[in-house]
Design a protein around this ligand. Structure first.
Ligand code: CTP
Length: 404
C-alpha cells in the first residue's frame, strides 16, 4: 500500500524518519511531503535517503529564475497514487489549515485533493493543543472521518509537561496498519457491534447506568469499517463522534438495545457485544418524579434479558464475540461466559486499573477462544486492540470451519 507522509514543522519532525522506517517494515511504500517549516528542522535529504524517492517540498518549482508550477497536476497525481495520508507531526497550524480547507502549499493542496483515509498525529505545546481553537479544529477533522490521534503526555521541548508530545512512531505505525485494511479481509461481512452503557430509568429524571465510555465498541466499529465490512453500531448513550462510514443505531435501555440487536441479527455475519448492558432495571418506573421524604427508599430491580445469551441461542454459524469485565479470575470467568452464552470468543479485561478500564484510551485484554486457545494481547490503544481482535476473529473462523 502506498502512503503519503506529510511532515509538519515541529521539533518532533525528526521522529518522522523513524516512522518512515516502521511503515516500510510493515510493507508500506512511503512518499514524503514536507512543509517549508519542516525543512527548518530536518533536511529533505534524510527522507529521500530513507525512501529512495524525491521528497516533495513545494507547490512551485523555480526554473531558470522563474517560478513555475512544479507540475500543474502534481498534487492530483500524488493524491491518486496513494491510498492513505498520514501527517506527523501535525502542527496546530496544519490542523487549522486542514480543518478550514486552506490550500497554500503542497501538503494542504494535496489534502484537499485526497479522498482516502487520513491519520493525523499532532505535536505541539500543551496550551496550543488545549486551546479552544485547536480543539474545535480537531473536532471538525474527526467529524470529517479523519483519525486525529491524541498527543502523548510528558515533558515537552518548550519545558512544559502535559499533552502535546508526538505519539510514539510505533503507535502511529500501528494505527496506520489498523486503518489500512491491508487485506480488506472483512469485505462482504456485516459486523454488528454494540457499545457503551445502557441507562435504566428510575423515574422521569433519574437513571441507573455504569462507567462504560463506549470507546472500545466505537474502535471496533471503526476498525471493522476500515477492513471493508459493512458495520452497524448499536450504541448506548455516549459522548463520542460517530465513526466514519458506520451506521449508528442509538438506544438507551437494555430492552431497546435487545430490540435493535435482534432487528439486525439476520443480516449480521459477525456480532461483537462490547456494550456494558445493565443487568437489572427498575421493575416499575413511576410516571412522575420520586419526591424526597424522611423515609428509606427501596427500588425493586428485576433482571434485564441477557442479550448476548439470547444471540448465542440464535446465532447459527455467525461468529459471536462477547466481552467480560472482571475484577478477579479473568480467564476462568471468561470461559464460563463463553460456554454459558455460546460465544466463539470472549474478550476479557480486568476492570479497576484506571489506564485500561472504563473511559481509558488504552486497553489490555485476554482473548478466550472456543478452540481453547487463550491469547493475552499487549496493552495498546483501543483501536490497535480492536484490530488485533479482528485478526484473531478471522483466524478463529477459519479454524472453526476447518474443524466442522
Ligand atoms: N450482556 C448482554 N446483556 C446483558 C448483560 C450482559 O448482552 N443483560 C453482555 C455484554 O454485552 C458482554 C457480556 O454479556 O458482552 C458480559 O457482560 P458482563 O457484565 O461481564 O457479564 P454478565 O453476564 O453480566 O455476568 P456477571 O455480572 O456475572 O459478571
Amino acid at each position: 500500500m502506498n502512503v503519503v507522509l506529510g511532515v509538519g514543522g515541529g521539533i518532533a519532525a525528526y521522529k518522522a524518519a523513524e516512522l518512515v522506517r516502521l511503515l516500510q517494515e510493515r510493507g508500506f511504500s512511503v512518499q514524503v511531503v514536507m512543509t517549508l517549516a519542516a525543512q527548518e528542522f530536518v533536511r529533505p535529504l534524510t527522507f529521500a535517503a530513507l525512501t529512495g524517492k524525491k521528497v516533495i517540498t513545494e507547490l512551485f518549482a523555480s526554473e531558470g529564475g522563474e517560478q513555475v508550477l512544479a507540475s500543474a497536476v502534481e498534487h492530483i497525481r500524488v493524491a491518486e497514487e496513494h491510498e492513505m495520508m498520514v501527517v506527523a507531526p501535525a502542527t496546530a497550524d496544519l490542523l487549522a489549515r486542514f480543518a478550514h480547507g486552506l490550500a497554500n502549499d503542497f501538503l494542504t493542496t494535496l489534502y484537499l485533493a485526497f479522498t482516502g483515509p487520513v491519520v493525523l498525529a499532532p505535536a505541539m505545546n500543551t496550551h496550543m493543543w488545549l486551546h479552544p481553537a485547536t480543539q474545535a479544529n480537531v473536532r471538525l477533522l474527526r467529524e470529517r472521518g479523519h483519525t486525529v490521534m491524541e498527543p502523548e503526555e510528558g515533558p515537552l521541548a518548550c519545558g512544559m509537561t502535559g499533552p502535546g508530545r508526538l505519539p510514539e512512531p510505533q503507535r502511529i505505525a500501528a494505527v496506520v496498519h489498523a486503518l489500512a485494511g491491508k487485506q480488506r479481509d472483512l469485505e462482504g461481512e456485516t459486523v454488528l457491534v454494540t457499545a457503551g452503557p445502557t441507562e435504566e430509568p428510575i423515574d422521569p429524571v433519574r437513571f441507573i447506568s455504569n462507567r462504560s465510555s463506549g470507546k472500545m465498541g466505537y474502535a471496533l466499529a471503526q476498525a471493522a469499517a476500515a477492513r471493508g465490512a459493512r458495520v452497524i453500531l448499536v450504541s448506548g448513550p455516549v459522548n463520542l463522534i460517530e465513526p466514519y462510514g458506520v451506521r449508528v443505531v442509538r438506544v438507551r435501555t437494555a430492552l431497546e438495545m435487545r430490540k435493535a440487536v435482534l432487528e439486525h441479527l439476520e443480516e449480521a455475519t459477525i456480532i461483537v457485544k462490547a456494550a456494558a448492558v445493565a443487568d437489572y432495571h427498575v421493575a416499575r418506573v413511576p410516571e412522575h418524579k420520586i419526591k424526597k421524604t424522611a423515609m428509606r427508599l427501596s427500588l425493586e430491580l428485576e433482571p434485564t434479558p441477557d442479550i448476548l445469551a439470547e444471540v448465542g441461542q440464535k446465532k447459527g454459524d455467525r461468529l459471536l464475540i462477547g466481552f467480560a469485565a472482571e475484577t478477579e479470575n479473568l480467564v476462568a470467568e471468561a470461559r464460563r461466559k463463553l460456554e454459558s452464552k455460546n460465544c466463539d470468543m470472549v474478550v476479557a479485561n480486568l476492570v479497576g486499573p484506571e489506564e485500561t478500564g472504563f473511559g481509558a484510551d488504552e486497553n489490555e485484554v485476554t482473548l478466550v477462544m472456543r478452540t481453547g486457545e487463550v491469547v493475552r494481547l499487549p496493552r495498546a490503544s483501543k483501536l490497535e486492540v480492536a484490530g488485533a481482535i479482528f485478526d484473531h476473529a478471522v483466524r478463529l473462523r477459519l479454524a472453526l470451519h476447518a474443524a466442522q
